[in-house]
Design a protein around this ligand. Structure first.
Ligand code: SAH
Ligand code: AVI
Length: 330
């Protein structure tokens, strides 16, 4: 493997490339030819999508980031003391904004050795690796640009007690069956009796609060949602009229998840030239772009148990909006 970047402190490896265009192509071919159209949420995050997500995190309505940060501000030292962590592996690391609180606590405890960010967006991994080695002089960063569903085998062997962090509630973007399967895969990165999973999960709450968080008054989430169509236009030479799709977000009370969709404002025939594919949308036809599951502690415990993990601690913010949990392999 030829690393993207290799210095004394930083090594960044990339596992995305032409094959990943394939992954978008496969998802479009598969998802847009189904009776109920659907795309997986990982394609939101090109550079523009990552920027829109950052703006979402600052919105008054989008509480998860603030609530999770509040927990980390309060409890990072305790998390580090409980786990003795020397290494932090982070899935879907993004800008690693909240992660700094954990790294700081590890540095203060004198245990910090290595940070392993895994994200599908190359610029994110490169930028955060650079910034973090500046900020933490003894830190080594081993970055992986890759799809956490396909490239976890490239996470290096542990270098001391490890925390695998999966923050932000991103686990909620998996449907229930794949969620448990993915938790089991994450478990393989953990050694029983040594390592821990630190998982961020958004909690079930008043549907009005939830729906506002996914349909903000400035329309940033709507733009984030439509961004997936811009990605397809650019990468697969498609001709979606992006503004002809309306943002839809609602809380499914039975399944206890938020669903985001894009609704066609009129009849459309879309050409996806690279795939030689024509996709017809009926007026008001919807395309599901994301689910974002909300958790109770019982559901969390059951999902972890089904994946061979034992829930050890649940930490919440003062308003009980969000939970950070520590678990370990049984
Ligand atoms: N952890 C950050 C970012 C959450 S946004 C936070 O808590 O704020 C979700 C992140 O996961 C984005 O940075 C996105 O690029 C990344 N991501 C989404 N799907 C992914 C996948 N399949 N593989 C790797 N990274 C993914
Ligand atoms: C990354 N993920 C946890 C976010 C969420 O809340 O499900 C993505 C997002 N979608 C709309 N707003 C934010």
């Amino acid at each position: 493997m030829q690393p993207l970047l290799c210095t004394d402190a930083v090594r960044v490896e990339s596992y995305v490339g032409p094959k990943d265009e394939r992954s978008l192509a496969d998802d479009v071919l598969d998802g847009l030819t189904r009776p109920f159209k659907e795309l997986p949420p990982k394609h939101f995050y090109d550079a523009a999508g990552a920027e829109l997500f950052d703006r979402i995190c600052e919105l008054p309505e989008y509480y998860p980031t603030r609530a999770e940060r509040a927990i980390l501000e309060e409890r990072s030292a305790e998390i580090v003391a409980t786990t003795g962590a020397a290494e932090l592996v982070e899935l879907g690391s993004g800008t690693a904004a909240k992660t700094r609180l954990l790294l700081r606590a590890m540095a203060e405890a004198g245990t910090l050795r290595r940070y392993v960010p895994v994200d599908v967006t190359e610029a994110m991994v490169l930028e955060c690796a650079d910034a973090l080695v500046e900020e933490f002089p003894d830190l080594r960063v081993h970055g992986i640009v890759g799809d956490f569903e396909r490239h976890l085998a490239h996470v290096p062997a542990p270098d001391g007690p490890r925390i695998v962090a999966f923050l932000g509630g991103t686990i909620g973007n998996f449907p229930p069956g794949s969620r448990r399967r993915f938790l089991r895969t994450i478990g393989k990165l953990l050694r029983p009796g040594v390592d821990h999973l630190l998982l961020g999960t958004d909690l079930v709450k008043d549907p009005d609060v939830l729906e506002a968080a996914y349909d903000d008054s400035e329309g940033v989430t709507a733009e984030f949602n439509r961004n997936v169509l811009r990605v397809i236009n650019r990468e697969l030479d498609a001709d979606f009229d992006v503004d002809a799709f309306e943002h839809v977000a609602f809380f499914d009370r039975e399944r206890e998840w938020i669903e985001m969709r894009l609704r066609a404002r009129r009849r459309m025939d879309v050409q996806v030239r690279k795939l030689a594919l024509k996709v017809a949308f009926a007026p008001r036809e919807e395309l599901r772009t994301e689910i974002s599951a909300k958790f109770t502690v019982d559901r969390l415990r059951a999902d972890l148990a089904a994946a061979g993990l034992e829930l050890r601690a649940v930490l919440t913010d003062p308003e009980d909006l969000f939970a950070l949990s520590l678990s370990a392999r049984k």
